[in-house]
Design a protein around this ligand. Structure first.
Ligand code: IMP
Length: 193
């Protein structure tokens, strides 16, 4: 079976894609191909970072591969934290500190509209393809729920009366930015068979 490397070691991300592509592609992770170094992500756009990661793998490991990058884009903050979402409150990638900073930046602001956006860069047979997934919603004034990760406790998706952190992983995956981008990737890959 054709192999496709996913530029991650996150087991949740891998499981989702692996299940949906079983029988079509064998999905391999970074550790499975022996890539132990930190892949640089120095672009100031999501698309740039996703492409940087997929090209890094393609150049060094000569494999078909894909990489994703995600950011939370808040209207009243001109799209911040965006590509810097993981390190919003500092290099420690501390989710609690990131949420605290977000809530304090939005204090007193009426517009709490925000969206998560994921961009995937796929390199297949030497050609690059991009896929994007977006979920829009609002930033709550306090944390709700304990599922998920990152900004989930303060993000309420449109059409729901609860935060991402109050949804099950399956419910969230159906409507999430990453779920939607991944679905487009899977549709594309299925169409190549
Ligand atoms: P990554 O590109 O998937 O590593 O995401 C970058 C950062 O965006 C993460 O460290 C989180 O802070 C945030 N993030 C990404 N996806 C989600 C999500 O589904 N829920 C909450 N926060 C997320």
């Amino acid at each position: 079976m054709e192999q496709l490397v996913f530029a991650t070691n996150n087991p949740h991300k891998v499981d989702e894609v692996r299940n949906k592509l079983s029988g079509l592609f064998e999905i391999r992770t970074l550790s499975e191909i022996g890539c132990v170094e930190d892949i640089p992500e120095t672009s100031d756009t999501l698309q740039g970072n996703a492409a940087q990661k997929s090209h890094y793998l393609h150049d060094r490991f000569h494999c078909d591969c894909f990489a994703d990058d995600t950011g939370l884009e808040v209207e009243a903050l001109n799209g911040a934290p965006g590509v810097y979402s993981a390190r919003y409150a500092g290099p420690g990638k501390d989710s609690e500190a990131n949420i605290d900073k977000l809530l304090s930046e939005l204090e007193g602001k009426e517009n709490r509209r925000a969206r998560f956006r994921t961009v995937i860069s796929l390199i297949l047979n030497g050609q690059e393809h991009f896929f994007e997934g977006i979920v829009s919603g609002t930033i709550l004034t306090e944390r709700h729920g304990s599922n998920g990760f990152g900004y989930d406790p303060v993000f309420q998706p449109d059409g729901y009366d609860c935060s991402f952190a109050e949804l099950s992983m399956d419910e969230k995956n159906k409507i999430s930015h990453r779920g939607r981008a991944t679905e487009k990737l899977i549709q594309f890959l299925s169409g190549t068979k």
